[in-house]
Design a protein around this ligand. Structure first.
Ligand SMILES: [Zn+2]
Length: 332
């Protein structure tokens, strides 16, 4: 399927889409049942030129829904949590020019109402390859070239539900020439995906919702998270019982740090998996600009005019999901 001008504003609710799809399929079933008495074989029931789009306009968009959109709070993959909010470490692997955008985005995500997130930041050396680290979100920048995407988020999901790592990259090929609003919007958006959040809206040109999970042609209007994001997060993680201050890792007591999810032997297993992904698979999905990512073995989950989502099964219950936010500059 090529890029399509998808209007997410018309049917924003994933349940509504499912319901309409179900009703349409029911209609097809009734149509076929009515004609059953005239048919000799099952093949006779289906016209030679049958196309699902005869019944459901834009049918592919009903069934290739973005998992970040189609999932509600009950279904969205998420980090391990206690039910009293999400405590998460975010590793700053950016170069210093990006710190102002990173600091602001983390502060705003941490200070949300309802209070769901308790974020810890730590600094690493600058790492544009942004190799995943188990149990944390990592944020990076680099000139990744004319890849179409200005921001990308790559999460590793265990058993379909558990996010075990997230990496977000800011592509300076597009963003270095962008204004502060473009950088802030992209930073806020990709960090938001890192918590497991969906898009709130994929229509680039409709009214802005004022939060950064809404696609927009006016990033200055959507530079920060908003109430809709925090209500969604509250459904996923519950609410914090403590304070609301971002701490740097050095100031955080050890018992508030993100615990290792497994023993040391399994951590090296995770690193083995990640190394094979990052060395081979990730450059392919990041570098493809011809909308034929599936030829590299990636499954297309969803594509719209301003973004796409792809998955690759890694074995052992692990999936890596990649979410691209396209640069509007390249579309014009
Ligand atoms: Zn996105």
């Amino acid at each position: 399927m090529g890029a399509s001008n998808y209007n997410g504003g018309g049917l924003r609710c994933g349940f509504c889409r499912c319901l309409i799809g179900f009703l349409a399929l029911t209609g097809i079933g009734i149509f076929l049942a009515v004609h059953l008495t005239d048919a000799n074989t099952p093949a006779d029931l289906i016209p030679n030129n049958f196309k699902p789009s005869d019944f459901i306009p834009n049918w592919e968009e009903f069934f290739h829904e973005d998992p970040f959109n189609a999932t509600g709070p009950d279904d969205a993959p998420r980090w391990r949590n206690s039910g009293n909010g999400l405590n998460l470490e975010i590793v700053n692997a950016l170069d210093e020019r990006w710190n102002v955008y990173f600091d602001r985005a983390v502060q705003e995500w941490d200070a949300g109402n309802p209070d769901v997130l308790d974020l810890t930041t730590s600094a690493s050396s600058v790492d544009s390859s942004c190799q995943a680290v188990e149990g944390v979100m990592k944020v990076c920048n680099g000139n990744y070239g004319d890849t179409r995407w200005k921001g990308i988020n790559e999460v590793i999901i265990e058993n379909g539900v558990r996010i075990i790592s997230s990496t977000a990259k800011m592509n300076e090929f597009y963003l270095s020439g962008g204004n502060d609003a473009q950088k802030q919007y992209t930073m806020c958006h990709e960090i938001g995906h890192g918590f497991g959040l969906p898009h709130t809206d994929e229509n680039f040109n409709n009214a802005n919702t004022g939060e950064c999970m809404d696609y927009t042609s006016q990033p200055e209007a959507n530079m920060q998270p908003g109430e809709a994001n925090f209500l969604f997060l509250q459904e996923m993680y519950g609410t914090q019982t403590g304070g609301n201050t971002v701490a740097s890792a050095s100031e955080v007591p050890t018992d508030r740090r993100i615990p290792a999810l497994r023993g040391s032997a399994t951590i090296s297993w995770f690193e083995d998996v990640v190394l094979s992904v990052w060395d081979d698979l990730i450059p392919k999905i990041e570098g493809r600009v011809d909308e034929r990512e599936h030829e590299d073995g990636w499954q297309l989950v969803h594509r719209s005019l301003h973004g796409s989502a792809h998955e690759m099964y890694l074995g052992k219950g692990l999936v890596v999901r990649v979410h691209k936010l396209f640069s509007s500059e390249r579309l014009e």
